[in-house]
Design a protein around this ligand. Structure first.
Ligand code: LLP
Length: 417
């Protein structure tokens, strides 16, 4: 089921023709469906209820404050990885008592901001980090709640750039060092150890790596508990994959049910940090065809969107389905769909066969709601795209297109003698 659907030969988002939004907002733009977002929210929320759980949406996937605001109003918390994400989450109305803070490089200023905001806990990734949290908490005359992120050394069988739970990755601390890390942290005056955390990677399409990780973590949890720690929160991270092409990722309820048994004698709260699963298929990216170019050896459909807008194909050779917004009769064309940027990695799709496409036509890049806009940049001095949210028959600009003036807003030509 999808809210990006063709009616006759024209793509709609819910009840709004995509063409109409393009006419009003200009191109390129990201387009999100609130109905899809709600559905994803409901499926995950319902599924997670088989456990005593708290869902902390992973802000990095799509951090527009309109999207965050919707999820927080429905009762979810946030998984953040920077002071900037904390700021966004607060502006979007998060209950900071439901914020967990992951990431290997939290700075002193970020730690201070998070402690002052009274977040639920830091998912600490090293002892030096815990020493710094302790120092800052002491200075603020308070105690900071932490968990340790454990690296279970499990292969998530996903793209190497988004694997995080292997021992060669920079994330977390090893099982071998876990107990001594917990014991060291327990001695610190301004630290309250309340959790155990793990996140093994993203876009997982199989259950088995999750199960393996949870089994390893549960075994560690039992050992830590036996040492007298009260682990109130077990954070299992995010990572459930979505369908981009023909992947068949497990349904959230299959996932939850498969780990329920492993955790049956755990009395604390289980935290989940889904990102992609919620936002990915709730959004598309829409661009306009500037030129159709035949080099003699290949066709290129050149659009006004580029890798600065959606970098996933360039970075991970990720597949995204691409369709013309209006399906036209006429002969099909096989082409690379590319952007205007001066890099050969600037493509959305290669050797795709599309219905007849000509200059001025709109194309839609699917499954772009997660790690789309949030990874965009101004490379080649391109103002970032607009973001639009559809709710039934209405649409709302939730981020204005950047202007040329925005590009140089923070820059200064020094006055020199
Ligand atoms: N929790 C932690 C600690 C994470 O590092 C991540 C993602 C998540 C939760 C959310 O994972 P998800 O449910 O979205 O899989 N830019 C890449 C994905 C990087 C994911 C980074 N961490 C992409 O476009 O595929």
């Amino acid at each position: 089921m999808n809210d990006f659907i063709f009616k006759e030969n024209e793509l709609y988002c819910e009840d709004v023709p995509v063409k109409e939004i393009a006419a009003s907002a200009g191109t390129p733009f990201y387009l999100y469906s609130l109905a899809t977002l709600k559905r994803h929210f409901n499926v995950f929320d319902e599924s997670s209820k088989v456990l005593n759980s708290l869902v902390c949406y992973s802000v990095k996937a799509n951090s527009n404050i309109a999207i965050l605001n919707f999820l927080f109003k429905m009762g979810w918390g946030a998984d953040i990885v920077s002071g900037g994400e904390l700021f966004r989450a607060i502006k979007a109305g998060v209950d900071t008592g439901k914020v967990v803070y992951s990431g290997v490089g939290k700075t002193e200023a970020e730690i201070e901001y998070a402690i002052k905001s009274d977040i639920l806990m830091f998912n600490a990734e090293s002892l030096p980090e815990v020493f710094l949290i302790d120092k800052v908490a002491g200075r603020l005359n308070t105690k900071a709640r932490i968990s340790f992120r454990i690296n279970p050394n499990v292969d998530p069988k996903t793209h190497p750039y988004i694997s995080t739970g292997l021992k060669k990755n920079k994330f977390g601390i090893s099982i071998k060092h876990a107990i001594s890390a917990y014991e060291t942290a327990r001695e610190l005056k301004n630290i309250d150890v309340i959790g155990l955390d793990c996140h093994i990677g993203s876009q997982l399409t199989e259950i088995s790596p999750f199960k393996d990780a949870v089994e390893i973590i549960k075994e560690l949890l039992d050992r830590i508990t036996a040492k007298g720690f009260d682990i109130k929160y077990l954070d299992l991270g995010g990572g459930l994959g979505i369908t981009y092409e023909n992947e068949m990722p497990p349904h959230p309820s299959t996932y939850m049910n498969s780990i329920k048994n492993i955790l049956k004698n755990y009395g604390g709260k289980v935290i989940f940090e889904p990102g992609r699963l919620i936002a990915g298929n709730s959004g598309i990216f829409v661009a306009k065809v500037t030129y159709v170019k035949d080099t003699g050896s290949k066709n290129f459909i050149i659009t006004d969107g580029g890798m600065n807008d959606l970098i996933r194909p360039a970075l991970y050779e990720a597949y995204h389905e691409i369709v013309p917004v209006i399906k036209k009769e006429g002969h099909k064309i096989k082409a690379d769909i590319v952007g205007p940027i001066c890099e050969s990695a600037d493509f959305f799709g290669k050797d795709r066969v599309l219905n007849s496409v000509s200059e001025g036509d709109l194309i839609a890049v699917f499954s772009a709601g997660a790690y789309g806009f949030s990874m965009s940049s101004n490379y080649n001095s391109r103002p970032r795209a607009a973001e639009v949210l559809v709710d039934k028959d209405k649409f709302y600009i939730i981020r204005n297109r950047e202007t040329y003036a925005d590009l140089i807003d923070k820059e200064i030509i020094p006055e020199r003698s």
